[in-house]
Design a binder for this molecule. Structure first.
Ligand code: AMP
Length: 223
């Protein structure tokens, strides 16, 4: 099973990905997290990616696609994986299809009005150590400013500024949104309302995943 979390920046893909990972045990793979690790480590890939990331633009396809292919070929992805932030354009979607086209897939579009997105992203805090995501409006840490999971001091992401958020939303509409048509055609596209609280959104996602699972096992039985 491959779960593709889709939707604009700030729609809750990372948070929902963490909950799906906890429930089903599939690893959540965030290309943004992988790229940020490369930038922090100062690797050649990180140096190439940094300028686009600072602006809210997309990192070059060949760099991201290579990184993703390597990650999904690892053993922990054998039974399934969750993608957060990939694919971000049609080319990347086709590359994913070429690399792992046989896998059962569900694309979950988390829909959210634009004015809420900016508010939410400005309130986002992340753990630099274990990459857990919190939100001062929706999903507060138990102790102010401290990660619930590993006790590290939470930070605001460098790209969570109004200017960069607006640029990344523009990029989303131009390059990523056309994927809705692509996945509709494949019949793997589903949508949920992302405006409720974390558990309410997860409830909708869980219902979709369970329906897929039941349908899939029924098909297997009929074979
Ligand atoms: P995210 O954490 O998903 O918001 O991603 C942060 C930044 O990483 C984005 O603004 C892009 O610059 C870059 N990035 C993440 N995923 C991709 C991707 N699939 N293709 C190109 N750039 C990406």
């Amino acid at each position: 099973m491959r779960v593709i979390l889709f939707g604009p920046p700030g729609s809750g893909k990372g948070t929902q990905g963490e909950l799906i990972q906890k429930k089903y045990g599939f690893p959540k793979i965030s290309t943004g997290d992988l790229l940020r690790q490369e930038v922090t480590a100062g690797t050649p890939l990180g140096r190439k990616a940094a300028a686009q990331m600072r602006k809210g633009g997309l990192v070059k396809d060949e760099l991201v696609v290579e990184m993703m292919k390597e990650r999904i070929s690892k053993d922990d992805c054998r039974l399934g994986y969750i993608l957060d932030g990939f694919p971000r354009n049609i080319y990347q979607a086709q590359e994913l299809e070429d690399a792992d086209g046989q896998r059962k897939e569900i694309v979950i579009d988390i829909q959210l009005p634009e004015k809420i997105i900016v508010e939410r992203l400005l309130a986002r805090r992340v753990c630099p150590e274990c990459e857990s995501i919190f939100n001062l409006l929706l999903n507060k840490p138990e102790r102010e400013g401290i990660c619930d999971h590993c006790g590290t001091e939470l930070i605001r992401r460098d790209d969570d500024t109004r200017e960069i958020i607006e640029e990344s939303l523009k990029v989303y509409h131009q390059q990523t949104e056309p994927l809705v048509g692509y996945y509709r055609e494949k019949n793997t596209y589903r949508r949920v309302d992302g405006s409720g609280d974390v558990q309410a959104v997860f409830g909708q996602i869980y219902a979709l995943l369970e329906t897929e699972r039941v349908n899939h096992s029924e098909k297997e039985v009929r074979k």
